[in-house]
Design a protein around this ligand. Sequence first.
Ligand SMILES: Cc1cc2nc3c(=O)[nH]c(=O)nc-3n(C[C@H](O)[C@H](O)[C@H](O)COP(=O)(O)O)c2cc1C
Length: 175
Amino acid sequence: MTEQDQAITGVEVFFDSNDIIVSKTNTQGHLTYANDVFLDIAGYTEAEVLGKPHNIIRHPHMPRCIFKALWETIKSGNEIFAYVMNRTKSGDHYWVLAHVTPSFNTSGDIVGFHSNRRVPNRDSLEHTIIPLYQKLLQIETSKGRKEGLDASCAHLNSLFTEQDISINEFFLSLA
Ligand SMILES: Cc1cc2nc3c(=O)[nH]c(=O)nc-3n(C[C@H](O)[C@H](O)[C@H](O)COP(=O)(O)O)c2cc1C
């Protein structure tokens, strides 16, 4: 068990299907805004999260290749959809379907990032995402840091190639 795992309860918490969890970051991924739904479910005050890296809510069981795809996509100016498990301050977790997008100024430069999240489809979560993420995490942890990440990204990309779909088509087909 890693140090981070000790802070994990294994307890899932839920938010309302009418709610949207919203956050914004600067270009470095440091939080500049979190709505009340974000703060309520994550268990933080606004003062505790503003200015902090967004990985403050990272859950250690999330595969790193998902965040690699996220950052590559948004830094290239595109939007991404992804299922994400987040960690609350007390170590519980909650699943979201996240939409993350760059924000541009009038010159077309990226000035920050914005994410909206809603309740994910339960069947897709249990039958597709949880087994997939467990597999990706197992690939990542069974090898060295770089080799593990390369191998999990390759596994993920092979799924998209097999189905001839993009990462966004994959996640939205489950939504
Ligand atoms: C707008 C935006 C929203 C993000 N939302 C989340 C999120 O809900 N959960 C999460 O773990 N990471 C989120 N990230 C990604 C984090 O910045 C970070 O890459 C991730 O937590 C993995 O942490 P690490 O890069 O330190 O391993 C978001 C990034 C941006 C720019």
